[in-house]
Ligand binder design. Structure first.
Ligand code: NAD
Ligand code: 44H
Length: 426
């Protein structure tokens, strides 16, 4: 059997490829990985026969592992290889790590048709589809044509209910571009929902030197990650899967509680530090969490967000304590700028649901308001640099708090006034 992966970035190599590498049946599950956009990662990995170093960075030392799970690496524009791999009956599942923005979701959750329009038009002209929903559709069209059979799609991006979210954008895209394929997708494609967790920063030139010194292998593309890792999956694998349980993956009937715990507490906490911490001059998560004020803001946010995590209080308390240790690992250089990117995709899923819930309960949540205000400051040029292709409408209205909140589907005088008081004076 075989796994196909789309989005050959660092996280995939620290997480899904690592789980596959430690599975007892790893030899039966080679991975063919495709870059999402630039060909650089494919070139680097192909030159190393897919092998790379995983530096597991604890608070005191690094442990180097050579991972050999990736057997073939392709550039995003190798459309023929993509279609061939998706069509092959031996391909049992497709994993994705392509960032939140790549799903082309509209605020309501379906496909943003304006963002997809050029790709739909390209497909109708007979050109290769370039977006993630378009590429999935193109590969599945080939699979149907050649009788490849049922398959699982396993998104591993930080989106709530990522399986259903992927199904929705894919089916919306297919309805526009290739409607005859829709029933086949409904009957043959299983969408697995996952909660994924392993803090994996960008690789620095120093990491490259460290990896070579530890292993003697002159690796152009090592990956640094933390010791902690978690993977919770819910859904059906009609053509099988590796025994990922060996690495600690859990298969459950409902991922929601795990997903809310991670998305609100970890990712929401990260977004708070990315905007409010960078505005205080910090560069990394570890620096920000060592700042007493940022740490107090984090606890305040967690107190509010915890109300929306359907788990026992003791479990939430243990998770919070573990997060402080993980965030405090100063040897992991996780930059606030990396986390701050694409806030227009992240704020609506990491923070807005808590604000809505609190307003419904008659509370004006100070911790969540701080994140909204710090993000608006970021849109106005404060703190980490703005790197967000979807920020245009928010930047255009950034001087007017009420309008920015309106774009997030939020409003009400009490909220607007609280956020106005919390943004930096101008
Ligand atoms: N890094 C982490 O700690 C971490 C942890 C959990 C989940 N994730 C998820 O993994 C994603 C990737 O993180 P990473 O650290 O590997 O980042 P990365 O920058 O190393 O890799 C990103 C990958 O996504 C692809 N991509 C980006 N935009 C795309 C687009 N519009 N269309 C198609 N492909 C696109 C890139 O080509 C690249 O292959 C995150 O956005 C997040 O959803 C990351
Ligand atoms: O990867 P992103 O861009 O979705 O979000 C940035 C971080 O919050 C995220 O990468 C976390 O480090 C990760 O989700 C931990 O598992």
């Amino acid at each position: 059997m075989q796994i196909v992966h789309l989005g050959l970035g660092n996280f995939f190599r620290a997480h899904q490829a690592w789980y596959t590498s430690v599975a007892p049946d790893a030899a039966d599950w080679p991975i063919a990985a495709f870059t999402g956009r630039s060909p650089a990662a494919a070139r680097q990995l192909a030159a190393q026969h897919g092998r790379y170093t995983l530096l597991v960075r604890g608070p005191e030392r690094d442990e180097a592992q050579i991972i050999g799970a990736v057997r073939a690496a392709y550039a995003a524009n190798d459309h023929q290889a993509w279609r061939d791999h998706l069509a092959a009956p031996r391909t049992a599942l497709v994993t994705l790590t392509v960032t939140e923005a790549a799903y082309l979701r509209a605020p309501g959750g379906g496909l943003d048709e304006a963002k997809a329009a050029a790709d739909v038009a390209a497909w109708l002209r007979g050109d290769p589809a370039q977006t993630v929903p378009g590429r999935l559709m193109a590969g599945l069209a080939e699979r149907r044509l050649f009788g490849g059979g049922p398959i699982a799609i396993v998104p591993c991006d930080n989106l709530p209910d990522n399986g259903a979210a992927t199904a929705r954008v894919l089916l919306d895209f297919t309805s526009l571009a290739e409607p005859a394929l829709v029933p086949w997708i409904r009957d043959n494609v299983s969408f697995v929902t996952t909660m994924v967790d392993r803090i994996t920063p960008r690789t620095t030139p120093e990491d490259v030197r460290t990896a070579a010194a530890l292993t003697g292998f002159d690796d152009a593309a090592p990956v640094v990650t933390e010791p902690f890792t978690e993977w919770v999956l819910g859904g059906v694998f009609p053509a099988g899967r590796p025994a990922w349980e060996a690495g600690g993956a859990r298969f459950v009937s409902d991922v929601t509680a795990h997903e809310q715990r991670k998305l609100l507490l970890l990712n929401g906490g990260h977004s708070l530090l990315a905007y409010a911490g960078s505005a205080r001059g910090h560069t990394t998560v570890a620096e920000a969490v060592a700042d007493r004020e940022c740490r107090a803001w984090l606890e305040q946010w967690w107190d509010e967000a915890a109300r929306y995590v359907p788990l026992p209080p003791a479990e939430i308390a243990a998770y919070r304590a573990a997060l402080l240790t993980r965030f405090g690992n100063a040897r992991i250089r996780h930059t606030l700028a990396q986390i701050a990117a694409d806030g227009s995709q992240k704020i609506p899923i990491r923070v807005v649901p808590v604000v809505r819930g609190e307003l419904r309960a008659g509370r004006v949540p100070a911790g969540a308001i701080r994140i909204l205000a710090a993000w608006i400051d970021h849109l106005r040029g404060i703190g980490a640099p703005l790197d967000d292709a979807g920020a245009g409408p928010f930047v255009a209205r950034a001087n007017d708090v009420r309008e920015v909140l309106g774009l997030l589907g939020l409003g009400g005088d009490a909220l607007v006034s609280a956020v106005e008081k919390s943004v930096e004076p101008r």
